[in-house]
Design a protein around this ligand. Structure first.
Ligand code: SAH
Length: 196
């Protein structure tokens, strides 16, 4: 199908912050994601104590669920409001500190230490700052990235994962001429060319 209508679309960070301020966050779900539950074994692959990355994390409740299972959860989100809402809605005490390598960025960490959310753009991250991840839960992330930035996003994700990592990706299928997105329509052929 023709994805040309979405190719040029850009949603700025400012617009994302506004969505959070306006409560225009239809993407947020109060319930755990059914596909994460279904494919949890694929993500974990028999391993415990993983470092699991949530790109463009919002306040996804699945972060709490995986952390409670004994994994370390690391997320990145431009909206400080989203990050603070995550901790307060789960009654999790946290501390907040600057990230010396990234100007203006802050890292919010649960007092128990197992959930660390970076408040900055994902494009500011590198493995020297956040380390490498054993697993990735990509829901509302690749599909929220501006279409022109997908290659950059995919390359960054490759640089952030360990060799034997697993990556669960959720996409949405619909006619891109009928909605402007996000979430954007990312055809399977493009997923293949981005991720191999
Ligand atoms: N993954 C979450 C949120 C999806 S919406 C969920 O499934 O609920 C996409 C989120 O990405 C928004 O919260 C938005 O504020 C954030 N975002 C957009 N661009 C970003 C960027 N460049 N870096 C980090 N976060 C970003």
């Amino acid at each position: 199908s023709d994805v040309g209508s979405q190719k040029e679309r850009v949603v700025t960070e400012e617009e994302w912050l506004q969505k959070w301020e306006m409560g225009n966050i239809g993407f947020h779900k109060e319930q755990r994601h059914p596909l994460l539950q279904k494919y949890l074994d694929v993500l974990l692959n028999g391993r415990s104590g993983l470092r699991i990355f949530f790109p463009l994390c919002g306040k996804a409740v699945d972060m709490k669920w995986l952390a409670d299972m004994g994994h370390s959860v690391i997320g990145v989100e431009v909206s400080e409001q989203a990050v603070k809402e995550f901790f307060s809605e789960h009654s999790l005490p946290y501390c907040e500190e600057p990230v010396p390598e990234i100007s203006g960025a802050k890292m919010f960490q649960s007092t128990s230490g197992n959930i660390s959310l970076y408040c900055c753009s994902i494009y500011d991250l590198s493995s020297s700052i956040v380390g490498k991840f054993d697993g990735v839960w990509d829901r509302g992330a690749l599909v929220a990235v501006n279409p022109r930035d997908r290659q950059r996003y995919a390359s960054l994700m490759f640089s952030l994962v360990e060799k034997n990592s697993s990556y669960l990706l959720v996409t949405v299928s619909y006619d891109p001429n009928k909605h402007k997105g996000p979430p954007f329509y990312v055809p399977d052929s493009e997923i293949k060319s981005l991720f191999g």
